[in-house]
Design a protein around this ligand. Structure first.
Ligand SMILES: [Fe+2]
Length: 157
């Protein structure tokens, strides 16, 4: 998730390594509030940050992906009843400092996050999820430049 500092406009992305304040990627905003870590830009409290709801993008035509969709829609490489291997996307998304996939999510059929995996800088956007117990699920990927992308609903095998 991303959060906006309402005092100064600084955006905190839980998936990103923020060198400014030395925060580990994957640090939940509640941890920053509890530890009284100040906003790195204005010194305000993380209590004053508000969540940013990213628009979720789907393939307009799943059978004919455009260039952006080919690089961003989560792509199933392997699937069985227990696990799924995923790449972002069908043509692997580029990896550079200012443009990369920062996180991948397994979502249940009610839209809740079952598991989130943060992708470190220089890491390729491929991962595995445990899907045992899920009949239907969805995969999402967050790009540092191009928003949040969804596979649409996928049936378990
Ligand atoms: Fe991108």
């Amino acid at each position: 998730m991303r959060f906006l500092c309402v005092n100064c406009g600084y955006i905190y992305d839980e998936a990103l390594w923020d060198e400014l304040d030395g925060i580990e990627p994957g640090t939940n905003i509640d941890t920053l509030i509890n530890e009284d870590i100040p906003c790195p830009m204005c010194g305000g409290s993380f209590d004053d940050f508000s969540p940013i709801e990213d628009e979720i993008l789907y393939a307009e035509n799943p059978h004919k992906l455009n260039h952006l969709e080919l690089e961003h829609i989560p792509h199933v490489v392997y699937q069985d009843a227990e696990r799924i291997e995923v790449s972002i996307g069908k043509e692997l998304h580029p990896v550079s400092d200012d443009h990369r996939i920062t996180a991948m999510y397994l979502i249940d059929d009610e839209g809740h996050i079952v598991e989130e995996i943060f992708i470190m800088p220089d890491e390729e956007p491929v991962c595995e999820f445990d899907v045992s117990g899920l009949d239907i699920f969805e995969l999402r990927a967050s790009c540092s430049k191009h928003w949040l992308w969804s596979s649409g609903l996928i049936e378990a095998v």
